[in-house]
Every structure is written in structure tokens, then in C-alpha cells.
Design a protein around this ligand. Structure first.
Ligand code: 13P
Length: 258
């Protein structure tokens, strides 16, 4: 499968930002700027509180909805948690799992990420599995090993069929919210490494089908160079996704060969 067979996927991770009204306004503004997003799949990941209303709103559009986290058990006495079937119920098609902020501030382990990935797939949704090394790990030459372990443990329960449903987001921790982007070459070598791992475990066809996003200080002025790399299939955008004009510019420049 040529690289171009993978449809680029650009996702807005709003983190802990936007009321329901602000989320609705964003959709209005974004669709005015970017009415046609055929060549790129666009995903919005608002806070939990905006999922249900945006799910209703996005139904008539080509935009997809993602949650930023999930619990791995479907229902029960787990105060405060939200499960994958409930996310499916309000219109999510994707769930971000294992974001570095969850690993860093909420103690999320690779094992927890694996259970969440399994739960998301069981509910018929698609996980966006985040991996990435810290600055200290990069400086110690551990980038490939760290990322390999995160991918292997995060996708531990996957069959070839379910692995093909997964999106992986490579987000080097040192590039998140810092204004320091990985160079296209730095990102590409890790993306290639991830695809090689996928091929070894699940075969060439799965490896070629899985989309690997880059995340970490993606902006309108660096997206095209990142997307020009063979194994970069999209972006997971934080800060620059909060403003509709900025996110629309990223989406417009985010196609392959744009
Ligand atoms: P920034 O784009 O703000 O660096 O955040 C990246 C990120 O963490 C997306 O999930």
C-alpha cells in the first residue's frame, strides 16, 4: 500500500479548555473556514462536558468526535469514571489514550493504557494511543526503547484486525506545549521505528494501514514540512487547535502534498 493510501488524520486535543458554548462557536467558525475536509480526517477532542452536545452537532458534518480519556471497565461502582460504551453513546468515534499528561499527572501506566485500548476497541471505537519520550530519555539515547515499550504494552491485547483500527500519536514530551517541535527528520525516524515494530508484530499490511500522528507544538507554519515525511500521517494538536483559524490553517496544509 503506498503511503498515500493512508488518509491523514488531524485531531484537536483541547485538553482542559472550552465551555460548551465555546466549543459550539469553534465548530461554527471552523466549518466556515474549512467547509470541505475530504482529503483529511478531522477530529475534535473537547472536554467530557462538551462531548454530548458536540456529538449531536457533528452528526451532520464530516468531523469526528474524540474523548480525551476513558475507563477500562464498562459499568459499575466506579464514581467519576466514564466508559467506552458511554462515549460511543454520545457520538465519539475516537478516544485519546495514554496522553503524556495523564501519564505524568495521573500516574497512568503502560498497563492501564493497554486495558483502556482494549476497552475502546471492544466498544467499537478507535483509540489514539499516545507515546513519546521525555527529554532526559532522549538525551540518554533511550527514545526508540521507550517508544517501543509503550507501543508493545499499549497494544498488548491487539489482534491484527484490532491493531489495524488503532491510531498512534508520537508526542515527544519535550515538544508538548514548549514551542519546540521535533524536526521533521527527528519525528520521521521515530514514526518509521514504530511502523517497523507494527510490521514485526502484526505484519506488513497492518503496519502500512495504521496512521501515526505527530504531536508537540504543531502550528500552521510547521505542519506541511512534517506531513511531507513518508511515515507522518497526521497531527495531534494542542495549543494551536484552540483557535478555529489556526486549526483550520493546519487542516488546510495537513494533506499529503499540500
Ligand atoms: P501542543 O500542540 O500544545 O504542544 O500539545 C500537543 C499535545 O499534547 C496534543 O495532544
Amino acid at each position: 500500500m503506498p503511503a498515500s493510501a493512508r488518509r491523514p488524520i488531524i485531531a484537536a486535543n483541547w485538553k482542559l479548555h472550552k465551555t460548551v458554548a465555546e466549543a459550539q462557536q469553534f465548530v461554527t467558525d471552523f466549518l466556515r473556514l474549512c467547509p470541505d475536509t475530504d482529503t483529511v480526517e478531522v477530529v475534535l477532542a473537547p472536554p467530557f462536558t462538551a462531548l454530548a452536545p458536540l456529538g449531536e452537532r457533528l452528526r451532520a458534518t464530516a468531523l469526528s468526535l474524540a474523548a480525551q480519556d476513558v475507563f477500562w471497565i464498562d459499568e459499575g461502582a466506579y464514581t467519576g469514571e466514564v466508559s467506552a460504551p458511554l462515549l460511543a453513546d454520545v457520538g465519539c468515534t475516537y478516544v485519546i489514550v495514554g496522553h503524556s499528561e495523564r501519564r505524568q499527572y495521573f500516574g497512568e501506566t503502560d498497563e492501564a493504557v493497554g486495558k483502556k485500548v482494549e476497552a475502546v476497541l471492544r466498544a467499537g471505537l478507535r483509540p489514539i494511543v499516545c507515546v513519546g519520550e521525555s527529554l532526559a530519555q532522549r538525551q540518554a539515547g533511550q527514545t526508540f526503547a521507550v517508544v517501543a515499550q509503550q507501543v508493545e504494552r499499549g497494544l498488548a491485547a491487539c489482534t491484527a484486525a484490532s491493531a489495524a483500527q488503532v491510531v498512534i500519536a508520537y508526542e515527544p514530551v519535550w515538544a508538548i506545549g514548549t514551542g519546540v517541535t521535533a524536526t521533521p527528520a527527528q519525528a520521521q525516524e521515530v514514526h518509521r521505528h514504530i511502523r517497523t515494530l507494527l510490521a514485526r508484530r502484526w505484519g506488513e499490511a497492518v503496519a502500512e494501514a495504521v496512521r501515526i500522528q505527530y504531536g508537540g507544538s504543531v502550528k500552521p507554519d510547521n505542519i506541511a514540512a512534517l506531513m511531507a515525511e513518508a511515515d507522518i500521517d497526521g497531527a495531534l494538536v494542542g495549543g494551536a487547535s484552540l483557535d478555529a483559524a489556526s486549526f483550520a490553517a493546519i487542516v488546510r496544509r495537513g494533506g499529503k502534498g499540500s
